[in-house]
Design a binder for this molecule. Structure first.
Ligand code: COA
Length: 239
């Protein structure tokens, strides 16, 4: 099955893929969800499902899936976020009030449901560490890299890892970035740098865990890789 845009009906499956793929990943697993074995359903229903719903309706993001050729079963998913200059095609929500309403409604719904049904598997002190650490690394997305397609999440179900689905999803994003004449970036989970380098990200600029008092200090992984845009006079997002 070729990579395709996620549909509303895929969201539960995508959440399950991320849940299983990231269960023991150092940042999202050990660091953010130290009580995941005590409350396994909370990780799926109160973290991944909420995140996946938000990603689906997020005006600046694209959620894509990869699946098996014969059955069409979805086995991998990736979320790309558009940083910087946005025109026409990525900022499509401007022309689609339903998406804007859904985007805000899902955020509100998630906030209310998190208040009523908190995620008991997480450590409240670390669950937002990535956002809190932003000031330590956002400078990497400046200058000619301010216009960038950032791979924010990528997961392949453990049963189907090693079958080429991850590469297929990354390839989609890199091709899209090239078409748009923009950079592409990824923050690598522990031990995935080799994978991303094989896929084409070839410039290492730093690590999201660096810096004194960085709340992510001690988390494994975090290398920031870019694939820079080709040198063109008209670099940036096309309309
Ligand atoms: C990392 C991940 C997305 C890779 O997807 P995948 O479908 O298993 O990988 P592919 O089969 O497309 O592999 C493509 C190539 O990369 C290699 N590769 C895969 N994972 C690798 C790794 N961790 N390190 C080095 N190389 C790797 C494969 O051997 C293959 O090489 P080849 O073409 O020479 O045979 C997947 O293993 C995964 O979901 N891991 C858990 C979640 C995670 O860490 N996600 C990344 C978050 S940044």
């Amino acid at each position: 099955m070729p990579v395709r845009a996620a549909r509303f009906g895929d969201l539960n499956r995508i959440a399950k893929i991320f849940n299983d793929a990231f269960w023991d990943e150092d940042a999202t697993g050990r660091f953010m969800h130290p009580y995941r074995n005590e409350y396994p359903n909370d990780v799926l229903e109160r973290y991944w499902l909420r995140e996946t719903r938000e990603a689906f309706w997020d005006c600046n993001s694209v959620l894509m899936v990869a699946g098996l050729t014969d059955s069409g079963e979805v086995v991998g998913a990736g979320k790309w976020e558009c940083h910087g200059k946005k025109t026409g095609r990525w900022n499509w929500s401007e022309y689609n009030p339903i998406v804007v309403v859904m985007n805000n409604s899902v955020i509100l719904y998630n906030r209310i449901s998190a208040y009523i049904w908190p995620n008991r598997a997480c450590d409240p002190k670390t669950i937002n560490a990535y956002t809190e650490a932003n000031l330590f690394f956002t400078h990497h997305w400046t200058g000619r890299r301010s216009s960038c397609l950032a791979l924010e999440r990528l997961g392949v179900h453990p049963i189907h890892q090693g079958e080429g689905h991850g590469r297929e999803l990354v390839q989609w994003g890199l091709e899209r970035a090239a078409q748009e004449k923009t950079a592409a970036s990824v923050v690598c989970a522990y031990d995935t740098q080799g994978f991303y380098r094989k896929c084409g990200y070839d410039v290492e600029v730093g690590n999201v865990t660096e810096g004194e008092e960085n709340p992510l200090a001690g988390v494994l992984g975090g290398t920031i890789l870019f694939k820079d845009m080709e040198d063109t006079a008209d670099g940036g997002w096309s309309g």
